[in-house]
Design a protein around this ligand. Structure first.
Ligand SMILES: Nc1ncnc2c1ncn2[C@@H]1O[C@H](COP(=O)(O)OP(=O)(O)OP(=O)(O)O)[C@@H](O)[C@H]1O
Ligand SMILES: [Mg+2]
Length: 297
């Protein structure tokens, strides 16, 4: 078996690099199109690690493409599948490196919020609930357990943090102040619908989608598009349904091994991050592949 070579960073001869995010390298194609390459970089505690997870970018791309297509009835998305990579990248070895991890997308204006939807009480919401009984301004019933299903699915938007900063959750009023009341309401409705449809499907595949984060953008005419990535282990909390129970933080299909490992060290969570042992890398890669297998296999 030959393991796929990891792609940590790309540099394409024929295209101008627009930005490098924590995970994605973005290239200009023309005024209206961009090439997004999902690399194998992984971030933990908002720090990009120096070790890639081989194949992770391909898994994220395959899962996003799967959900964008499956849920296209709910909202249009940024993909331009009709434009083939061969027409954008002429170098054969570059194309080989990009295969399965590059998408051509409409260049849109990203909205300055992250549309977070929560079906279960986990992560930062669980922390907030324990201290105040409130999650993002929403008063919840008393005595809900950790990882418990919420009585109602919550829409809890947050601001998009600048590099090195952490996202901050915001109220519906603050959301309206940032993007307008009507657009805020539209995003709320679309996000809840995407989550409901995806959670329903995933449940039949043995996965609970505890929560997820969507991003949206506008075109020149002001039309709304779903952008970035779609319901991946990087943007969502996926729990294997057969291991689900309340009162604990259930195991998940994401960078949990990486986080657990880093938590076991004395690291102040500022760059540079410690190197990862090979076993942690292999286990994490396997978790990502398993999520893809279960959802799309
Ligand atoms: N169609 C699009 N038009 C314009 N910008 C987009 C589009 N799709 C995605 N983006 C932006 O491209 C970037 C993707 O890169 P990446 O995922 O590495 O971002 P990041 O925000 O730095 O990382 P993280 O997701 O870990 O917060 C995001 O800033 C996202 O908003
Ligand atoms: Mg991102």
């Amino acid at each position: 078996m030959n393991a796929p070579e990891a792609v940590y960073e790309t540099s394409l001869k024929g295209l101008a690099l627009k930005t490098r995010g924590k995970v994605r390298d973005i290239y200009e194609i023309d005024d209206s199109l961009m090439l997004i390459v999902t690399t194998d970089r992984i971030s933990a505690f908002d720090v990009v690690l120096s070790d890639p997870i081989p194949g992770k970018g391909r898994v994220l791309t395959a899962l996003s493409n799967f959900w964008f297509d499956r849920l296209r009835g709910a909202v249009q998305n940024h993909l331009c599948p009709a434009i083939r990579l061969d027409h954008i990248v002429s170098d054969e070895s570059e194309r080989a490196q990009l295969r399965g991890r590059a998408i051509v997308v409409k260049k849109l204006r990203p909205l300055p919020i992250e549309a977070i939807v929560r079906g279960y009480l986990a992560g930062s919401a669980w922390k907030e609930y324990q201290t105040s009984g409130i999650v993002c301004g929403i008063k919840l019933p008393a005595h809900l357990p950790q990882a418990g299903k919420l009585p109602e699915t919550l829409f809890t938007p947050s601001t998009k943090a600048d590099i090195g900063d952490h996202d901050r959750s915001i109220s519906i009023e603050q959301t309206a102040a940032l993007i307008g009341k009507d657009l805020g309401e539209q995003i709320r409705a679309v996000s809840l619908e995407l989550y409901a449809r995806a959670a329903d499907y995933a449940r039949q595949r043995g996965i609970i989608i505890a929560d997820t984060k969507f991003e949206f953008g506008l075109d020149q005419a002001g039309a709304l598009y779903w952008i970035d990535e779609a319901l991946t282990p990087d943007s969502s909390r996926f729990w294997p349904a057969d291991q689900y129970r309340t009162g604990i933080s259930p195991p998940s299909f994401d960078k949990q091994f990486v986080r657990d490992y880093l938590e076991s060290l004395r690291w102040n969570k500022r760059p540079p991050a410690p190197r990862l042992p090979a076993a942690v890398i292999a286990k994490t890669a396997e978790k990502y592949r398993e999520a893809e297998r279960r959802l799309t296999g």
